[in-house]
Write a protein that binds this ligand. Sequence first.
Ligand SMILES: *Cc1c(COP(=O)(O)O)cnc(C)c1O
Length: 407
Amino acid sequence: MKVQEGEDTASLLAKANATILFTAARPEIVMERGEGMYLWDTEGKRYLDFVGGWAVTCLGHSPAVIKEALERQAAILVNSSPSFYNKPMIEFAELLTELSGFDRVFFASSGAEANESAIKLARKHGAKNLGGACEIITTVNGFHGRTLAMMSATGKKHWESLFAPKLPGFKHVPFNDFDSCLAAIDRNTCAIMLELIQGEGGVHPADEEYLYRLRKTCDDYGILLIFDEIQTGLGRTGKLFAYEHYGIQADVMTLGKGIGGGFPLSAMLTKERYNIFDAGDQGGTYTGQQLAMAVGYAVVNEIVNLELPRRAERQGKYILEGLRELAEKYNIQHIRGRGLLIAFDLPEPVGAKFAAECLKEGLLVNSPNATTIRLMPPLIVSEEEIDAMFLLLCTVFDRMLVSSDSY
Ligand SMILES: *Cc1c(COP(=O)(O)O)cnc(C)c1O
């Protein structure tokens, strides 16, 4: 049955509870509308969004460029099939390769798919050039997605025993620990894959020296270095790509989240010498789909034109300063991050409760683990909106202080 115009929230929630497969404990609200930094639910309550659809809505909610790109392209051609080249695909591929320093791109719809493509490419390279090497080294506490292969790649403790049997061929080594990584490399290794800032892991940046040594080691052994920039890419950290902070290039880079500004889109980029797939090795019904390509082009173009990486850098500093000013009063610990990917730790493992209290106040923040609060707002966030966020945050801190003896 179609949802009725003006249908009340209780009725909508009853339908949701009866039909949506349970995969997450969702709050008893229904989101309806978004504009800029704000979301509104069906009760008309407004939320200041510092999660941004999980580091996705980089241009804010319902940006005009996405609406225009969709309308323009939908009127011309929605989907010509993955068997043909199309104009938006060519335009977007050219833009991305120019901006990224990579030569070749494969398009998909989600981050996990882009990473799967990277793993396939690494194994192809292993099969062709490294005598059948097929193992990929990833990092403990890393995150690469939720397909079965990416759950195997992800170094999350809780996932180790889930959905057995895992896909073999992944070794997890501690992040920022070069010696462990080196010790894990053998004749069967074809790639090392990592995030430049572990996002889901709680916002932990890679050390420069560590990356430099990984790059050198990959060169020495002829194995691929894969940067998963699905969360860090497209301006989030204050550069268009996080690798620019380090001046170290990977052989393969994956993008997702912000690249579509909310539209399902991802990409795997690589160098000309790894343009090695044979026909049929990789593909997908929606690779290069026109609507996605038109949106991706519009979004990335807007990120560049509005100089959003610079803005992210500036606004990120403003948030970090604000947090440092509050640190003593509220016992905030480990304030960290780069650009608009920021986290801090609470002195007690009450992250979920803290995020729930923020939601009540009309502020969306994320708690990736029991003690950590993560902020990843749209890159368009203004100082006024940051000030508004701090007001709400302090309200929650004050309330939690009163309700907890030790806090
Ligand atoms: C979100 C994320 C993914 C998975 O992306 P999906 O679109 O959910 O498949 C992979 N890697 C990193 C670093 C991410 O943050």
